[in-house]
Design a protein around this ligand. Sequence first.
Ligand SMILES: NC(=O)c1ccc[n+]([C@@H]2O[C@H](COP(=O)([O-])OP(=O)(O)OC[C@H]3O[C@@H](n4cnc5c(N)ncnc54)[C@H](OP(=O)(O)O)[C@@H]3O)[C@@H](O)[C@H]2O)c1
Length: 302
Amino acid sequence: MEGIKNTRYAVVTGANKGIGFEITKQLACEGVTVILTARDEKRGMEAAASLVNSGLPHVVFHRLDVRDPASTVALAEFVLIQFGRLDILVNNAGATGIIMDVGGLKALNIDPTTWLSGKAAKLVEGVSQQTSEKAEECLDTNYYGCKRVTESLIPLLKLSRSGGRIVNVSSLRGEFRRIPNEQIRNELGNIDTLTEEKLDGILQRFIQDFKQNAIEANGWSIMLPAYSISKATINGYTRILAQRYPEMCINCVHPGYVNTDLNWHTGTMTLEEGAKGPVMLALLPNGGPSGCYFDQTEMSDF
Ligand SMILES: NC(=O)c1ccc[n+]([C@@H]2O[C@H](COP(=O)([O-])OP(=O)(O)OC[C@H]3O[C@@H](n4cnc5c(N)ncnc54)[C@H](OP(=O)(O)O)[C@@H]3O)[C@@H](O)[C@H]2O)c1
């Protein structure tokens, strides 16, 4: 009975592969019961089964498409009925907002330093396609998806005996200092005046500029523009949430440059290394940092 009382329950989004899968695995290895979620039932069930079969019985699958509000509500109902509360939420699901010609990208042989600095933006233009549909999908997955899932699960996190942990998997692309436009940078960076309405306004302005081909002219990041602003707004949202729920530890993290489908396998780090930061933040002790940004396992500037 005591064992059940002390069990921690976690939800990980986009966990059928990549960093999310590895976060699930590492949390399960720490004794956490993990609800591995994925938008595709087959991929998700196979991923969960592979962890259960490897000796981690406390991994259960539930479908979750972060773009579908009904899906987030159904997940919350499932968690409430099955477990009665939630201790950890890892918002990991993500999309790039760009269609890449993977063969073309490989042929460019861009070195990691050029990629990470953002200087590869012009190089990848010739081998990628950006449409407003893809940009909107990216914002809806990375920013609004995270918000949707969080809002559905907050009532369950409030029932956590350890105060609840939220980990928003962000990216160095979302660091405020990388945004060329000073006004946007300041708006995002000022936590005293930042609101969710302001974040909506920033994203609306972005989409307007995207449709008018004015991304560079109006000072948005040109390296993966939709992805970059979606992660910058996630960072802002993390700080707003942390202020609203002081009893929880709510942080965002750049997992590192990890070899996954998301970056067309250009990343240099392993999944194990990439999951370290998010897992550390998911397991923070009471009184741990909140409203902070981490570069892997180190606290860093937004
Ligand atoms: N890899 C890196 O170097 C790196 C660097 C910085 C930040 N990140 C962040 O790390 C997180 C994980 O990315 P990754 O590198 O592990 O990429 P990945 O292997 O491509 O995994 C992305 C995951 O998100 C899921 N997903 C996409 N849209 C979804 C939706 N609407 N609903 C539910 N799940 C959805 C994908 O599901 P499907 O399989 O169904 O598509 C997949 O499970 C992302 O937030 C990413 O931005 C990664």
